[in-house]
Design a protein around this ligand. Structure first.
Ligand SMILES: [Zn+2]
Length: 341
């Protein structure tokens, strides 16, 4: 099973009747991963919006649902890909990042593998390569609460301009995970937009305002007369718990946990923290419970952290982001990313 379900299905914009029944109902009626197209003033140019690679990150599709009610005049032919509907619809809707037992879809691009997630990501990559769009944006929400930011693998004017349509922050990373934005080329820049937390009311508006610009503007590849200054952060380091580590989120250390972080740690997202700031509490394994990755290698944990008593402390002035308080994601993906001053 699955092969047919996992191809991209070209579907029309939702009808008035479908709109009345609502977004979830419409998503439930789709034959599978969906591809929609709106005509533009310049039909031979193309732009692509991808969203729902992660099933519990709805800001992109919610913003599109709003925009499609009265679509703006698109500058160029604009395509919309709703990817992991299987996960998005499972158990009530927007609950699961991926279907249990399936790989994370935004870890499968450019990677060889068997199964539906790899089939679909290959189909999306193929469609993008065929169209040769001038720009691709991939809309996500962060696992935790926090402000919006863009993620790219390249720091070019095109990547900065695309990021700046949506958000004030851009991360250029060396970490390669199999994400769609890693397929960026000199002629097709691709950026990830993290609109903010799925539950943050501002996130849907970040997506809506950015998509309106992405669809309507004649040029999205040159930086706009500064609506805001783009803050670029380079080479974030991914902070992970060692395999089978035990993480807890509590206001005091939990016995038996390798790491306890306070439940409100998300409030640290994107703020500068001075060296020696305590982040949480280590267990018996101490710093050995943690692992770092910068995309090139594995820097020693002691380069960024030290232990004082049972406290985990910052060795340098640092900025943390993509902090999660979801223990499943903390274990399967990472605790957070950071850059040092
Ligand atoms: Zn995501």
């Amino acid at each position: 099973m699955g092969g047919a379900r996992m191809r991209l299905h070209s579907v029309p914009l939702p009808s008035v009747e479908q709109r009345q029944r609502g977004l979830m109902d419409w998503l439930g009626q789709l034959p599978g991963p969906a591809w929609l197209t709106l005509p533009g003033r310049e039909p031979d140019r193309h732009r692509v919006v991808v969203t729902l690679l992660h099933g519990n990150e709805p800001s992109g599709v919610r913003a599109l649902w709003q925009l499609w009610a009265e679509p703006p005049q698109c500058a160029v032919t604009t395509h919309f890909c709703l990817a992991n509907l299987d996960a998005a619809l499972f158990e009530g809707g927007f609950v699961h990042r991926h279907r249990p037992g399936q790989p994370d879809m935004n870890r499968c691009f450019g990677r060889a593998g068997a199964g539906e997630a790899y089939q679909l990501t290959a189909a999306i990559a193929e469609r993008i390569a065929e169209l040769a769009p001038e720009a691709v944006v991939d809309l996500h929400n962060t696992s935790g609460s926090g402000p919006s930011f863009a993620v790219t693998i390249a720091d070019t004017e095109a990547h900065r301009a695309l990021s700046g349509l949506f958000t004030e922050r851009m991360l250029r990373t060396r970490v390669r995970l199999g994400a769609l934005m890693e397929l960026t080329t000199p002629t097709t820049p691709i950026v990830t937009i993290e609109c903010g937390g799925a539950l943050d009311p501002a996130s849907d508006e970040v997506a809506r305002a950015g998509l309106t610009r992405f669809m309507a503007l004649d040029s999205v590849l040159t930086e706009q007369p500064a609506t805001w200054q783009l803050d670029c952060l380079y080479d974030p380091i991914r902070v992970q718990l060692m395999p089978a580590g035990k993480i807890r989120y509590r206001a005091e250390p939990v016995f038996g946990a390798d790491l306890t972080l306070p439940p409100d740690i998300e409030r640290l997202n994107f703020g500068w923290l001075p060296a020696h700031s305590p982040l949480g509490w280590l267990g018996e394994r101490g710093l050995a419970a943690l692992a770092l990755s910068d995309g090139l290698g594995r820097p020693p944990v002691e380069s960024l952290f030290y232990q004082a008593g049972n406290e985990l402390r910052l060795a340098k002035d640092s900025k943390l982001f993509m902090i999660t308080t979801n223990p499943t994601i903390a274990l399967s993906d990472c605790l957070f990313y950071m850059v040092v001053a």
